[in-house]
Design a protein around this ligand. Sequence first.
Ligand SMILES: Nc1nc2c(ncn2[C@@H]2O[C@H](COP(=O)(O)OP(=O)(O)OP(=O)(O)O)[C@@H](O)[C@H]2O)c(=O)[nH]1
Ligand SMILES: [Zn+2]
Length: 375
Amino acid sequence: MPESRTLFGRSLETSLVKVDRAIAEFRAGRPVLLRDADRLALTLSAELADEALVRGLDALARGGGHLVLSAARLRRLGAKGRAESGIFALPAIDLGRIETLALKIDARMDAPTAPASAVDEAALELARLSLVLPAVIVIPVAEADIAGEPLVEVAIEAINGYRAEQAASLRIVGRAPVPLEGAPETEFVVFRGGEGLRDQVAIVVGKPNLDSAVPVRLHSACLTGDLFGSLKCDCGDQLRETVQWMAENGGGVLLYLDQEGRGNGISNKMRAYKLQSQGWDTYDADEVLGFDLDQRHFDFAATMLKQLGVSSVVALTNNPQKIGAIEAAGLEVAASQRVLGRPNAHNVRYLASKRDRAGHFIDMDALMARAAPTD
Ligand SMILES: Nc1nc2c(ncn2[C@@H]2O[C@H](COP(=O)(O)OP(=O)(O)OP(=O)(O)O)[C@@H](O)[C@H]2O)c(=O)[nH]1
Ligand SMILES: [Zn+2]
């Protein structure tokens, strides 16, 4: 075990910092050293591996390397009803085979050679936290193999505990009035921690009465919809109409959460959009990439609300998961209210999929009544 390092007398070795370093290393396409009680392994993102690195790692692996894929990706490869991740042996670390197994759209493959171990699962979790594809190369190594190599090392418990620690580390780091068009009395409150790789923002519209149920919307970031008015989803309308509604109805709180692409990150969302342009529905496209229905957690959002002094909410959402998460975190959901976007030819299938496959409360007739006459 390396000695615990300090900087100006403070430990550098907190789990959060170690995992943050591992994420940076992983996203740069470099191997990270994973440590379990009695096992050591190098892990590398399958999508970021390159020939030169793979040649070096192949010599180290001595035929013992493997590719770890999520249950979702295994289902797409033909493993019916599969609920567990699994591994494919890599007698040689062959980038062609890795690409086929991890990425090829219509690949149909042999069954995995074994279920994933705790180290394999931690490597997959590191990939998810890093917002790259959940497909990782794992190479078991001995201490002597990596002596002197400048590797970032992380214990698997640190990876497994990261989400909880990130949620527990939530704190307000800045706040200021930001008048918005149609909602001039608005304050932005920035939180560090939570989920994703950036800060979270609470937008407090007006002066909501904290002694009664506060209208609250948990809004996951959507660059395409929120900022550019993409017609592929309903996010931009939901965002602006909610702020407007809050301004006209005694105020409220909108949490703008760093959960682009249902928590998959913008690059994976664009990969999913590419698949959708070829005919896949929103959830099937994510499954092809190895993701389950939804990667988001909302527990930390409830913590943000508590820090703002909110204890009871009127939840502005169609998503039952958001309501469940707020209640599970100990807040009262006094009522919930639908937030209708605007349907058009490009998003109607997406909205129907959310209703049919994820149980969102979307009344298609009420929605269609909002369609612009030209749509
Ligand atoms: N992976 C993926 N994410 C998408 C797609 N379309 C939109 N998103 C993301 O889905 C999320 C939608 O977030 P929200 O509008 O907060 O939530 P919601 O789950 O639809 O629930 P409500 O709008 O509250 O009813 C955002 O993170 C978008 O970036 C898609 O086709 N694939
Ligand atoms: Zn959107």
